[in-house]
Design a binder for this molecule. Sequence first.
Ligand code: TXA
Ligand code: MG
Length: 320
Amino acid sequence: MITKITRDVMEAANALRANQVIAIPTETVYGLAANGLCIPAVSEIFRVKQRPTSNPLILHFAHLDDATPYIQEFNQELKRLYDLFSPGPITYLVPKTEKVPLQITSGSELVAVRFPSHPIFSALLQAIDFPVAAPSANKYGSVSPTRAEEVFTQLNHEIPLILDGGACQYGLESTIVGMEEDRAVVYRLGSIDLDELSTALGYIPAVKNQAEHAPLAPGMVKYHYATQTPLHYITQDLKPEENIGYIFVHSIPEDFPRAQCLVLSTTGDLKEIARNLYHALITMDERGFHSIYIEKPQSEGLGLTILDRLQRATAKFNNP
Ligand code: TXA
Ligand code: MG
C-alpha cells in the first residue's frame, strides 16, 4: 500500500468511518488517528506506532459538549482553562465514564481529552460522530512530524491516508493538565506555557512530568523525541568540525560553516523556535551527519517546554 496524501476532509472522514488508521494535521503535531470507540482500530494505532499498550491515547473532540458523555467531571478550574485555551493545544486529564474503552486509557479511570483548533481537524471532527483517538504520528520514541511529508517518510506503506493540513502552527505537543486535590497539575509541558497557565489559574501549578513522579502519564519516559543521529548540546567552547550538523537558536557564529547549520528563529522568538524545532531535527537527521549539536534556548516560558523535549532527546545519547 502506498500512502496517499490528500487535502480532502471528507475522504479522511470516510476512512475514519471505515475504521482505518490515518494521519491528520493538528495545530501541535500530526496525529495518528482512528475511531476512539472501535477497539480494532485503536489496536491498529498501537501496532503502527509500535507503542506499548500501557501508554494511553488522547481522545479528540470538536467541543466540550461532544465530550460530556465520556467524562465524569470537568470542574470549574479546568472549565476556566477551557474557556481561555480551548480549542487549542491543551489536554485535560479527567475521570472517564464507562463509554471510554479501557484500551484508550490503558486501564486507567482517567481519560485525556483535547479540543484541537486546527481548522481542518476541527472540520473533520465535526463531520463524524465519534471521538478520535490520536497519538503523535511518529514511531514510538522518535521525533513528532509537523508536516505531511514527514509523516509520509515515517509511515509510508503503513497507513492508507495522510490528511495534509500544512505545517503545524505550534510545533510542540499539547500541554497536559489534570486536577489533584483542587489544584491543577501539569503532566506534560507543552505549547501552552507555564506562565500562561499560572496567569489563568492565579497560582503556579505543580509540574509532574518526570517518569518517577508520573505514574499517571507513562508516556513521560526519559528517552523520547529522539533523532537517529546522536544529538548533543552546543557548549560555549565548541569548535566547528566536518560531518557535524549544528542547530542554533537565532544566529550562526562566524567560524561555523553555514552549509552545516540551521537557525530556529532569526529573531529569537520562542514561538517560532518551537514551531521549527522538530522540523529542524528531522531535516538534520536526514542529512547523514555523524552527530548533531543543538543550542539550548532560554529556560523560561515556552523555552521550558523546548528544553524538556531536548532533555529527553539528548538523554538517549548521553547515557549509553
Ligand atoms: O498535541 C498533542 O497532544 C498530540 C496531538 C496529535 O493531539 N498528541 C500527542 O499524543 O502528543 P501522544 O500519545 O504522543 O502523547 C500523549 C501523552 C502520552 O504521553 C500519554 O501517556 C499521555 O498523554 N496520556 C494519554 N492518556 C492518558 C491517561 N489516561 N492518563 C495519563 N496519561 C495519559
Ligand atoms: Mg508522542
